[in-house]
Design a protein around this ligand. Structure first.
Ligand SMILES: Cc1cc2nc3c(=O)[nH]c(=O)nc-3n(C[C@H](O)[C@H](O)[C@H](O)COP(=O)(O)O)c2cc1C
Length: 306
């Protein structure tokens, strides 16, 4: 049976289908619970949440389902929250973005004290709440963090965009690896080489990763139906992670305009761009992306631009 894999056995779930996490506020406990209740593994992207909020979200999830689920964080670039940001860069970016802020009638944000959440505090909240799975992107957690997960029976799952990243995740003792082809929606999770140099398609990436690692491989990127799932399994994947198709579901945290775009003809026109966050990400093409393309090099890196 296609459903009987190392993933379903270790997770104790009926279907090897993972609802990919969505960072930046698009995840919802309702979507996670709907997927986990239906027999898949629901995920929640908690990268933008404080430790207290993470505790609250996990409490809420547990009122909705008693099935396995995953909580996802991004691994910070060293000291990224304390990046010393040059005033000239802020001035330049303010000038570039001012027309958009004016058009939308919103205030330009003040430079914050820190640009991201405190990863160690987020991690403490996760370790205390013990979700069945902790998944991550943009790197590999420190050895002590992975050990703390193991000690608490929390399974871990990393994201790779290249074979080398998958090998590094396996070598670190992580339980599962997502092989994310460049078709995938959202940020490229690349961490060993620049994202622009880590753009392999799912069909090419998955079988190479399968050959090089000892842990179960989860295929992600461009999978949205049974044909895609069957293809991923033929390539050696033990599960699939589906993002965009779940983003379009009623239960997701997607805004009305975003949802409308997902169902429009424009949804077929996606591009990789770093103009929104400073990190390469796949999104539906729009005027902002097109107009900012010429200025990409002037924009600050993630997480400042974000
Ligand atoms: C809006 C959006 C946000 C995402 N945020 C995260 C995230 O925070 N962490 C993560 O590991 N993956 C994130 N992803 C990737 C998805 O979990 C999933 O791997 C990917 O969408 C699969 O490709 P597909 O969109 O072609 O199905 C995000 C994807 C989208 C579309």
């Amino acid at each position: 049976m296609w459903t009987d894999t190392e993933m379903t056995r270790r997770l104790g779930i009926p279907y090897p289908i993972i609802q990919g996490p969505f960072g930046g506020g698009l995840s919802s406990a309702r979507l996670l619970a709907a997927v986990s209740e239906a027999g898949g593994l629901g995920s929640f992207g908690a990268n933008n949440l404080s430790a207290d909020k993470i505790t609250q979200v996990i409490d809420e999830i547990r009122t909705l389902t008693d099935k396995p689920f995953a909580i996802n964080l991004s691994i910070p670039i060293e000291d990224s929250e304390r990046l010393a940001i040059n005033a000239d860069v802020i001035k330049e970016v303010t000038t570039l973005l001012a027309p958009y802020y004016n058009q939308l009638g919103v205030q330009f944000p003040a430079v914050p004290d820190r640009f991201g959440q405190d990863f160690d505090a987020q991690m403490d909240a996760i370790l205390a709440a013990r979700p069945p799975v902790f998944s991550f992107v943009f790197g590999i957690p420190r050895t002590d963090v992975l050990q703390a997960c193991r000690d608490r029976g929390i399974l871990t799952c990393g994201t790779a965009t290249t074979v080398d990243e998958a090998v590094a995740i396996d070598a670190a003792g992580v339980d599962f690896v997502v092989a994310s082809g460049f078709e995938a929606g959202g940020h490229r999770g690349s961490f060993l080489k620049p994202a622009e140099e880590s753009l392999m398609g799912t069909f090419a990436l998955v079988p190479q990763v399968v050959r090089r690692v000892s842990i179960p491989v989860i295929a992600a990127g461009g999978i949205a139906d049974g044909h895609g799932i069957a293809a991923a399994f033929a390539l050696g994947a033990k599960a699939v992670q589906i993002g965009t198709a779940f983003l379009a579901c009623d239960e997701s945290g997607t805004e009305a305009l975003h949802r409308e775009r997902l169902f429009s003809a424009r949804a077929g026109d996606t591009v990789l761009s770093r103009v929104f966050s400073g990190r390469l990400a796949r999104g539906i093409r729009n005027e902002f992306i097109d107009e900012m393309r010429a200025h990409e090099v002037q924009l600050p890196q993630y997480p400042v631009q974000n």
